[in-house]
Design a binder for this molecule. Structure first.
Ligand code: FES
Length: 197
């Protein structure tokens, strides 16, 4: 099997190999026919640009060369553009690949797609968490308001017995006064009767 010089050169000195710390997108794919595996790590910034990328490939010469060159081709590119990368472009960049090795270049393309899919899922989860936190805070505010209202109601109803007690005290005082007035009227009447007699 004849590989181009470029394929051999990259295979001997592949770039971007290993695990990428701080990666926020990871995709792993395998070739069911040969059992080769490729794992790709992407670090995508908030603008959707691939700032950095690395790969780990357990595979043949063509798979390793394809992975390395594919990573080279997507670093600094927007995710949307990285998704457009097809194996034809990879093969072109490698100079060529033997016909029976063309499927190996598919691994890189599929791994990028899997990583972007992972990125989308992570982003969706992060957005969900963010909304949950906001709604938790909002419901907390609602709870606080409810508590404040119920406390206000409780203090109002607690004030009522005071008013009632005051009213009762006032009423009993008034009652006492009218009884005293009655008594003094009775006393005056009896005094009048005694003086007449
Ligand atoms: S033979 Fe498996 S990827 Fe090349």
């Amino acid at each position: 099997m004849i590989y181009t010089e470029k394929v051999m050169e990259i295979f001997k000195n592949p770039k971007h190999v290993g695990e990428l710390k701080g990666a926020n997108a990871i995709g792993q794919v395998g070739n069911v026919v040969c059992g080769d595996i490729m794992k790709i790590y992407l670090k995508i910034n908030d603008d959707g640009i691939i700032e950095d990328a690395k790969f780990q490939t357990f595979g043949c010469t063509a798979a390793i060369a394809s992975s390395s060159i594919a990573i080279d081709m997507i670093i600094g590119k927007p995710v949307t553009e990285a998704l457009k990368l097809d194996n034809k472009a990879i093969i072109k960049e490698l100079g060529d690949l033997p016909a029976q090795k063309i499927h190996c270049s598919m691994l890189a393309k599929e791994a990028i797609e899997a990583a972007v899919e992972d990125y989308k899922k992570r982003k969706a989860r992060a957005t969900k968490r963010k909304f949950k936190n906001i709604s938790d805070k909002l419901s907390d505010k609602k709870t606080v308001k409810k508590l404040e209202k119920s406390e206000e109601r409780a203090s109002k109803s607690a004030a009522k017995p005071d008013i009632m007690a005051k009213t009762a005290r006032l009423a009993s005082k008034l009652g006492a006064k009218s009884k005293d007035a009655e008594k003094s009227t009775v006393k005056d009447d009896s005094k009048k009767k005694a003086s007449k007699a």
